[in-house]
Design a protein around this ligand. Structure first.
Ligand code: 26V
Length: 809
């Protein structure tokens, strides 16, 4: 049906008639979207069945990627691209008088993630399937994804994201594969036939029902599976013969409490809160996932679980799924009869752990009482792991004896999930070189002494298919016209563009594409915010979660500074600029919300001031999401990656933006360091403290923010404007930002880096004036971006951690 436009049109028309009783003319865009989705899904189903058959009979190793988040975004366009049907479908729709983009827009983003960590998981799935690697995702089917952000009078308001309101065309419910997960109850040790066994009673069973989403590879026959678990109660639990009317109400309440487990995604990725429901979610994911893997494994390998490490790796995405370790131990010992030592060997050779942050506020430490009460048998196993680990330290590492309280898995009435993950896995990796170095040299130094061989780096990546081929079709086409299409399967081939970097005719073409994309974004900004921006100005973009360490505050301070300078001297020769923000704040992150308020307030003032109007515009685009990113990134000239050095583990937006020709303005943090290594100093704008300098300040002190306030008049002016009514708001509107900087001594070194940031910004301004030179830099960035394809990252995971080989379907 996808072999030609004509056959597709016939299939679409027939299916619309069958499904909605309408012909193509009368059908609504959403009906058309759903119908195409269903058709593509059916096309994928054939390969899905084939792939699963291969995986069942083939004994190659498989990987399971456990993650609390998969930030998929939309799937129709990328599924069409990967199945090689995008052009046919687009052309056919146009011939039918429809706008393909309007149809794609109908799809609700699957927003099952907060930001970088969840989007990384989604990029990894795309690369696994595209490289024909047998790798699957294991996650939760939250009923509500990440909240929708509305801005009301500069304030963020959160609305629920009910993404399942319309049928989700990509999923298949598999009730036959449902699995019970046990919570609570009592555990009693008992000797049976001379063997210590554990009897679990009075527990509550939650049914985990999988919904499978097919993950299709790029122009191959591989269709892997993302399995998302949903929590349900069983009606079996209800006593139909009860004569007590209250039983019915009790039952409904009980049902609700069970379903609440997969109700919503926790929207805060900035600091850890020991919430019982979150722990329930984690164990729910882990237990359902591990049980189902073991069940399949036993069927395939004749119950020989000793083969587990040779055939399977369970990769855990941050510590959130680290209960995989005790859960696998539980199954191996309590259900499969293994002794401790053998179970431990199997477990620790099967599990691998990726760390995504060194921020201490985000580290998971669960109160012992909570774990004990919710998952008593798991707690007992963690206790035993801890006991043995501490013993080992005591006897084998006498030099670390006094460090035992800091290294223990259970200490001071808390369970340290990172320690559990390190001890219970065979691989620990960071997500960019500098991040891994910091883990080894600082955050996990003592663990590194004990397990030096576990540590390795895997610098993050992004799928160039979504972020270049799909999001920026004109640039992709130009690249293909210039160097051929091999870069699509071998992204490192983008390096072939280097020899055109100074070619005026190629530069001109790149410039036209960028200009087109900017025009489109300018239209979107006009539609959504009513702001007219100069499409020839520099589009300077900072899009990411709002967080103190990401320093959106420094960006807006610089904008206010520019505004001050221009008001003093309206004729000052600056290159016109449009500053574009997109950012969600965690609902209870007060400071982050204040920063949003400041950005929007400053934007209103600046955008409405005729004195600076043709030179400066500030835009805050509401509800930043994967699909919005796809519109902003192709239009960006400048990519702001300005985190306090040492704080951003990697960043992935930096990679998406460079791949689309934006120049990075950034600190030496996360993957910026490697971007700089690739493109060279002259093709990136670096400023600010180094990670080592920041870490030294934290350790030894010596930074005084007030000192800078007193000595730098530019900074003093800006800070004073926060509290003197300059923004025509209540004088106290921004006092918390003011005090945060001055009384809390500016935790993220905004003032300290400000001077070098202004300097770097001036460099951007100067450089943009020489368009040929700018385009040369831009092309050089695109040419070097191949390294940051997640195909490279996944190949490294596959060969260095998983020992995984492709399975050709
Ligand atoms: C933490 C928490 C804390 C408790 C509640 C929910 C929640 C959800 C997510 C997180 C994860 C924080 C870690 C994280 O997202 N790290 C980011 O990972 C990206 C992919 O490796 C990386 O590019 C970013 O630099 C890093 O901040």
């Amino acid at each position: 049906m996808f072999s030609s436009k004509e056959s597709f049109k016939v299939a679409l028309t027939e299916r619309l008639e069958k499904k909605f009783g309408k012909d193509a003319k009368d059908a609504s865009p959403i009906e058309i979207y759903q119908t195409i989705g269903t058709l593509v899904k059916e096309k994928m189903n054939k390969s899905w069945v084939e792939t699963n058959k291969h995986y069942l009979k083939n004994e190659e190793k498989q990987v399971y990627y456990f993650s609390m988040e998969f930030l998929l975004g939309r799937l129709l366009e990328s599924n069409l691209l990967n199945t090689g049907t995008l052009t046919t479908v687009k052309d056919a729709l146009i011939e039918l008088g429809m706008d393909p983009e309007e149809i794609f827009e109908q799809e609700h983003d699957a927003g099952l993630g907060n930001g970088g960590l969840g989007r990384l998981a989604a990029c990894f799935l795309d690369s696994l399937a595209s490289l024909e690697l047998p790798g699957h995702g294991c996650g939760i089917r939250y009923k509500y994804g990440l909240f929708q952000q509305k801005l009301i009078d500069g304030h963020q308001v959160e609305l629920p994201d009910y993404w399942l309101e319309e049928d989700y065309v990509w999923e298949v419910r598999r009730s036959d594969k449902a699995i019970g997960v046990r919570f609570g109850g009592n555990v009693n040790p008992e000797f049976i036939d001379g063997r210590l066994t554990f009897h679990h009673t009075n527990y509550e069973t939650v049914m985990a029902v999988p919904y499978d989403v097919p993950i299709v590879g790029y122009e191959n026959q591989t269709v892997n599976t993302l399995r998302l678990w949903s929590a349900e109660s069983t009606t079996n639990d209800f006593n139909f013969h009860s004569s007590n009317r209250n039983d019915y109400y009790k039952y409904l309440e009980y049902k609700r409490s069970i379903e609440s487990i997969s109700e919503f995604l926790y929207p805060d990725d900035s600091y850890f809160e020991g919430k019982l429901l979150r722990l329930k979610q984690q164990y729910f994911l882990v237990s359902a996932g591990v049980q189902s893997i073991i069940k399949m494994f036993k069927e395939k390998y004749n119950n020989d679980l000793r083969k587990l490490p040779e055939k399977i790796t369970m990769q855990i995405n941050d510590t959130h799924p680290s209960l995989v370790v005790p859960e696998l131990m539980r199954i191996l010992m309590d259900e499969e009869g293994f002794g401790w030592d053998e179970a431990w060997a199997i477990t620790t050779e099967t599990v691998a752990y990726t760390n995504h942050t060194t921020l201490s506020e985000a580290l998971e430490k669960w109160p012992v009482s909570l774990v004990q009460q919710l998952i008593p048998r798991i707690y007992m196993i963690i206790e035993e792991i801890n006991e043995r680990f501490c013993q080992m330290l005591w006897f084998d590492f006498p030099n670390l004896r006094e460090k035992i309280p800091q290294m223990a898995i259970i200490a001071y009435d808390q369970v340290h999930m990172a320690h559990l993950a390190i001890v219970g896995s065979f691989s620990v990796n960071g997500v960019a070189k500098i991040h891994t170095d910091i883990l080894i040299q600082k955050e996990m130094k003592d663990f590194y002494t004990v397990y030096p061989n576990k540590y390795n780096n895997k610098t993050n990546g992004i799928t160039h298919r979504r972020w270049l081929l799909n999001a920026n079709p004109k640039l992709a086409e130009l690249i293909t016209d210039t160097i051929g299409k091999r870069w699509i399967s071998q992204p490192k081939e983008l390096i072939g563009l280097l020899k055109y970097a100074s070619d005026p005719s190629f530069q001109e073409k790149v410039r036209n594409v960028k200009q087109d994309n900017k025009r489109k974004l300018a239209r979107l900004i006009k539609d959504q915010c009513g702001i007219t921006v100069d499409e020839h100005s520099i589009f300077d973009v900072q899009i990411k979660r709002l967080h103190g360490y990401k320093r959106q505050l420094m960006n807006i301070f610089h904008i206010i500074h520019l505004y001050n300078v221009l008001r003093e001297n309206p004729n000052l020769d600056i290159t016109p600029r449009t500053f574009i923000f997109g950012a969600k704040a965690a609902p209870s992150y007060y400071f982050a919300k204040e920063v949003i308020n400041l950005i929007v307030t400053a934007a209103n003032l600046i955008n409405n001031d005729p004195v600076v109007n043709n030179k400066l515009k500030v835009v805050f685009l509401e509800n930043y999401s994967v699909s919005l990113a796809e519109k902003i990134i192709p239009a960006a000239d400048v990519s702001q990656q300005i985190s306090t050095a040492s704080k951003e583990a990697s960043g992935t937006g930096n990679m998406k933006l460079m791949m689309n020709g934006a120049l990075t303005l950034g600190t030496l943090d996360g993957a910026n360091v490697e971007i700089k290594e690739m493109v060279g100093d002259e093709n990136i704008f670096i400023f600010g403290l180094t990670a080592q300098e920041v870490l030294n300040y934290y350790q030894f002190g010596g930074y005084n923010a007030r000192h800078i306030y007193n000595s730098d008049h530019r900074i003093r002016t800006i800070l004073d404007q926060l509290v003197n009514g300059f923004f025509n708001k209540d004088e106290y509107e921004f006092k918390d930002i003011y005090y945060n900087i001055l009384s809390n001594n500016d935790e993220f070194f905004v003032l300290k880096d400000f001077d070098s940031y202004i300097e770097a910004q001036e460099m951007v301004d100067q450089n943009y004036r020489d368009q040929n030179n700018w385009l040369k830099k831009s092309i050089t960035n695109i040419a070097h971006s191949g390294k940051f394809s997640s195909d490279r990252t996944i190949s490294e995971y596959a060969s260095e951690i998983w020992r995984l080989s492709p399975v050709h379907v």
